[in-house]
Design a protein around this ligand. Sequence first.
Ligand SMILES: Cc1cc2nc3c(=O)[nH]c(=O)nc-3n(C[C@H](O)[C@H](O)[C@H](O)COP(=O)(O)OP(=O)(O)OC[C@H]3O[C@@H](n4cnc5c(N)ncnc54)[C@H](O)[C@@H]3O)c2cc1C
Length: 337
Amino acid sequence: MKTWVYIDHFKGQALAASWEALGLARTLGPVSALVFGVGVETLAAAAFEFGADEVLLAEDPALADFRAEAYASTFSALAREAPPDLVLFPTSSRGRELAAMAAIDLGSGVITDVIALESDGDTIVATRPIYEAKLFEKARCSARPQFITLRGRAFPRPAREGGRSGTLTRVVAQAQALTTVDAFVETDAGVSLGDAGVIVSGGRGVSNNPALQAPAGMDDKQAEIWRAQQGFKLVGELASVLGGAVGASRAAVDAGYVPYAQQVGQTGKVVSPDLYIAAGISGAIQHIVGIRSAKMVVAINKDAEAPIFQVARYGVVGDLFQILPALSAAFKKKLGK
Ligand SMILES: Cc1cc2nc3c(=O)[nH]c(=O)nc-3n(C[C@H](O)[C@H](O)[C@H](O)COP(=O)(O)OP(=O)(O)OC[C@H]3O[C@@H](n4cnc5c(N)ncnc54)[C@H](O)[C@@H]3O)c2cc1C
């Protein structure tokens, strides 16, 4: 099966899920990696080291910033010339947008957020969660190429083989972009939730430390946010000791404690870390659907009846303001930090 893998990146920094896709593609047959952008030759070299046999490299000022129109028209022109059987993308906003647009150009369909694959002859049978991950659906695409987006961390990351190379094919960009990118605004979200092996998340309970006296002059709402920020410092400290990312429930986001980029759940991010620590989160179904593919959930909640304990492998019934610093101190000692 001839497979293409779209290497999703931001200014030359690839999403780890791109390498996971390459590792998977390699098990199916020859693999070409698609590397589009400006100054992305090092990314092409990395693609070989992660398993690509060929890199289709489109370097053009028109591809400097991701815009689906320019990327999709470049992609579709290539696919019309020498159609692949299968194209894999990471399930990122860019990956989904590009897959959808290119599939429409080429008269095919897309199966998104796939967590397992098997081949049935030259057709891929893809498994994806549906109905808030209560069911797994097996789907196949009858048109060609088959477009599939893969959930981050659902597939193993291949080992990098330093010095491995392959065929570098330079291809022409089709710069039909109707939009331009004016600027990027950086958030302070730290390690990305999608790539994180460990996530420590806080909920509304993170603001609940009556012992904390907010600075004078704050109204009730400001004092609540200030208290939550002190609580999120404890969440952040544990995440940093474990080399992980900070997540949050929607209640914490809606109350203004942390930005939306950190929200986990049905209307936030779906995450698949090895370890998910939920502090002061009750475990509403809309939160749980975002962590169903976490390998291990640990809950800290002072209410022993909180539903989060039903999905947790380990639970601590207690006050997060005591438990989080104790865990950070214990892990620091254990990890020699
Ligand atoms: C359409 C829709 C989409 C939604 N999407 C999402 C989503 O994407 N993500 C999401 O998270 N929610 C989502 N929600 C909201 C969801 O239903 C819950 O309201 C939300 O998850 C509750 O957040 P929470 O657990 O932080 O707050 P709460 O439910 O208020 O729970 C706070 C918890 O903190 C505990 N606690 C309090 N103080 C302490 C302390 N000192 N130490 C330890 N524990 C303490 C309490 O016992 C309690 O269990 C959605 C809702 C709807 C209707």
